[in-house]
Write a protein that binds this ligand. Structure first.
Ligand SMILES: *Cc1c(COP(=O)(O)O)cnc(C)c1O
Length: 229
């Protein structure tokens, strides 16, 4: 298991480098989020030992369990659908919430952040392909969501996130990544107060190389690091 995780990480970082070369990107601009959902703490420690500091989880319960046991400089990213009644519990333990999929959820985060006296970094989740089964703002509604959420003083909008469709051939997701990148640039150019478009979270094990070529700044890789769940 030890060897596997470190070998996998080497491979992922190599693939990021190659994708950066193809896309004219700098590896320094890409943050790897090691998606450790369902995996035991020892495996997170393995990845930590290899230098990884950013971990992705999709369940509040799992974050509450794991976060206090990891070294202080570990950053947890909430990447799964977040229920409003779990916001209070999870806020103290996460570096960033990637999955803000409604203004209602953002309002709840605002209230809890104010209570804690902190500012919370978030991404808006965009359902680019319009899949029924997925959460997120539609491409059309995202700008309005950004404008509304930008009025919350204890929230910092840092960018956008998407979960692309599950496909065998990652090339099929290239247009999805291109559309989200375009929207990201459009919003950035509006220079909206309290909005700092600097993060584009897209790409998973099957398609992160294409996502990097198309402008991702955070990629979320689980299976490619820790093996199948
Ligand atoms: C599970 C998950 C991932 C990682 O998926 P892999 O295919 O295992 O790399 C990325 N993003 C989200 C939102 C997830 O839930």
């Amino acid at each position: 298991m030890k060897e596997m995780i470190s070998e996998n990480l080497k491979q992922v970082h190599q693939n990021i480098q190659s994708a950066c070369l193809r896309g004219g990107r700098s590896p320094a601009d890409i943050t790897l989020i090691a998606v450790s959902k369902t995996k035991p703490l020892e495996e997170l420690f393995e990845a930590y030992g290899c230098g990884e500091r950013n971990f992705g989880e999709n369940k509040v319960q799992e974050i509450l369990q794991k976060a206090p046991q990891m070294p202080e400089d570990t950053c947890f990213h909430m990447i799964g659908h977040l229920q409003r009644n779990k916001v209070r519990q999870v806020l103290p333990h996460v570096k960033m919430i990637h999955s803000v999929d409604s203004v209602r959820l953002a309002r709840e985060i605002e209230q809890e952040a104010e209570r804690l006296g902190k500012t919370v970094d978030i991404l808006l989740e965009v359902n680019v392909a319009g899949e029924e089964s997925k959460f997120g703002f539609s491409l059309e509604d995202t700008m309005d969501g950004v404008l509304q959420i930008s009025r919350f003083p204890h929230i910092r909008i840092c960018g956008l996130m998407t979960i692309a469709p599950f496909v065998e051939n990652p090339e099929l997701n290239r247009p999805v990544f291109q559309k989200l990148f375009q929207l990201y640039v459009d919003i950035k150019h509006k220079n909206i107060d309290n909005v700092n478009m600097s993060v584009l979270s897209m790409g998973m094990t099957g398609d992160y190389q294409v996502a990097v070529e198309e402008g991702a700044t955070m990629i979320r890789v689980g299976t490619g690091i820790f093996g199948v769940r």
